[in-house]
Design a protein around this ligand. Structure first.
Ligand code: PLP
Length: 456
């Protein structure tokens, strides 16, 4: 095993992965065994990566193997692992003040961050921000705020949606049954409707015609037969469904949802927990469709890995009274310091890099549907890219096992990717990657898909 200093050197100067043991290595095996004994079995691990340190788009494991990370810790480390400016800000802040609690006291950085989030939020009206620690907390705040402000109770969400795993957000989630199974009744008054997916149009239309029927269903069917729109507090949508399979909602569909909301006094909530913070080449995935939501939720990439989330609402909507909602740890000063640096780096460099590298990768993936018989669809925006794996391109039968095999083959070659939905491979690298790294990832995936095809 390399010495400590040699290891750090490896990460500092390398751009591509290097494997020095079989996988998992002996140290990784020991940790995985301990994890099996002591840790909740509810987590979903696809392969035995035991991360020890990271820099940029590289992660080193406990055995000294390095991997190219096309997961960014589930789309979190926007500025790459341990960006030196983020690390410096975190260290500075941790030495000054770690916690006081925004529930009862004031923080200067919190106001500054809210001001910056307001400046990059869509729509002209001024905004107010509620800070939590995770994506699910941002959604819980949005649910409560929507109910409080409208004094209505019902919420419309979508098949394929993932909004979190606490009981409120879980009630909106509809991406995998296992996420809801065994937990009894959830929030009442939640209605799930189809999400426009051109590759698998719920109404069977060809891709170019898919998009309007899903929105129309809400007014033509749901509002006529099941729920009076006057009782609906909010429609919540991910502009690009994440855990549901990296499915970008067509712009017309998303705009129709917003129009339905405006017509009926319903709040439009966009969940940008995964798609926000520059990942798609714009601050928000909804920006590609010109959306102006009443409430926007963000987490994951906001603080490059420190826990933080924000529920950003029009000031006239965020009208709840003191005591209505709060969180002890929300807007923790260390997370806020990381977020302030993250916003600056994303604005100055990485959002444009995400746009450019996204274009580059899509250019290279454009022939995949013809090249590989198990690639059904390639889709996404910027560095939020999904490759859907099917048993057969004609029948589009989802091929979950082949997808899982590709993930594992990639790991064995030093590339980290994750699945999304039942049968999609997600590419969500840190926004800092360059062409050489993109090429390595695509070449490696090509080799893995070819291998998987021979298994099919
Ligand atoms: C769109 C979306 N919303 C909410 C969440 C929940 O975030 P967290 O896991 O931080 O609670 C996720 C997590 O994957 C997500 O992708």
């Amino acid at each position: 095993m390399p010495k400590e200093s040699a290891r750090t050197e490896t990460l500092t100067h390398a751009k591509l992965p290097r494997l020095i043991t079989s996988l998992p290595g002996p140290n990784a095996r020991r940790v995985v065994e301990g994890d099996r004994r002591h840790i909740s079995p509810s987590y979903t691990r696809s392969y035995p990566l035991v991360a020890r340190r990271g820099l940029g788009a590289l992660v080193e494991d406990v055995d000294g193997n390095t991997f190219l990370d096309f997961t960014a810790g589930i789309a979190v480390v926007a500025t790459g692992h341990c960006h030196p400016e983020v690390v410096a800000a975190v260290q500075r802040q941790a030495a000054e003040l770690i916690h006081m609690s925004c529930t009862d006291f004031y923080y200067e950085g919190m106001v500054e961050l809210a001001r910056k989030l307001e400046a990059i939020s869509p729509g002209g009206e001024s905004k107010k921000v509620y800070f939590g620690n995770s994506g699910t907390e941002a959604i819980e705040a949005a649910i409560k705020l929507a109910r409080y402000h409208t004094r209505r109770e019902k919420i419309i969400a979508f098949y394929g949606a993932f909004h979190g795993r606490t009981l409120g957000s879980l009630s909106l989630t509809a991406s995998k049954a296992v996420q809801r199974t065994g937990f009894g009744s959830l929030l009442s008054g939640v209605f799930h409707v189809p999400y426009a997916n051109p590759y698998r149009c719920p109404y069977g239309h060809p891709p170019q015609e898919c998009c309007t029927d899903c929105a129309k269903f809400i007014e033509r069917e749901l509002f006529k037969k099941i729920v009076d729109p006057q009782e609906v507090a909010a429609i919540i949508a991910e502009p690009i469904q994440g855990e549901g399979g990296y499915v970008p909602g067509p712009a017309e569909f998303l705009r129709d949802l917003q129009s339905i909301c405006r017509r009926h006094g319903i709040l439009f909530i966009t969940d940008e927990v995964q798609s926000g913070m520059g990942r798609t080449g714009k601050w928000w995935a909804g920006d590609h469709a010109g959306l102006e939501p009443d409430i926007l939720c963000v987490a994951k990439g906001i603080a490059s890995g420190l826990p933080l989330s924000a529920t950003i609402a029009r000031s006239s909507v965020m009208d709840w009274k003191p005591g209505a909602h709060a969180s002890t740890f929300g807007a923790n000063p260390v997370s806020v310091a990381a977020a302030l640096v993250t916003l600056r780096l994303v604005q100055d460099q990485y959002m444009e890099n995400a746009r450019r590298m996204g274009e580059y990768i899509f250019g290279r993936l454009s022939g995949w549907r013809d090249k590989f018989r198990i690639v059904g669809d390639v889709r996404g925006k910027g560095l939020m890219i999904g490759v859907e794996i099917v048993a057969d391109r004609e029948t589009k039968e989802p091929a979950s096992k082949l997808r899982d095999a590709i993930e594992n083959l990639a790991f064995a070659k030093g590339l980290l990717v994750l699945g999304a939905g039942a049968n999609t491979i997600r590419l969500a690298p840190p926004l800092v990657i360059d062409e050489e790294q993109a090429d390595f990832a695509i070449d490696t995936l090509e080799a893995c898909i070819r291998e998987a095809e021979s298994l099919a």
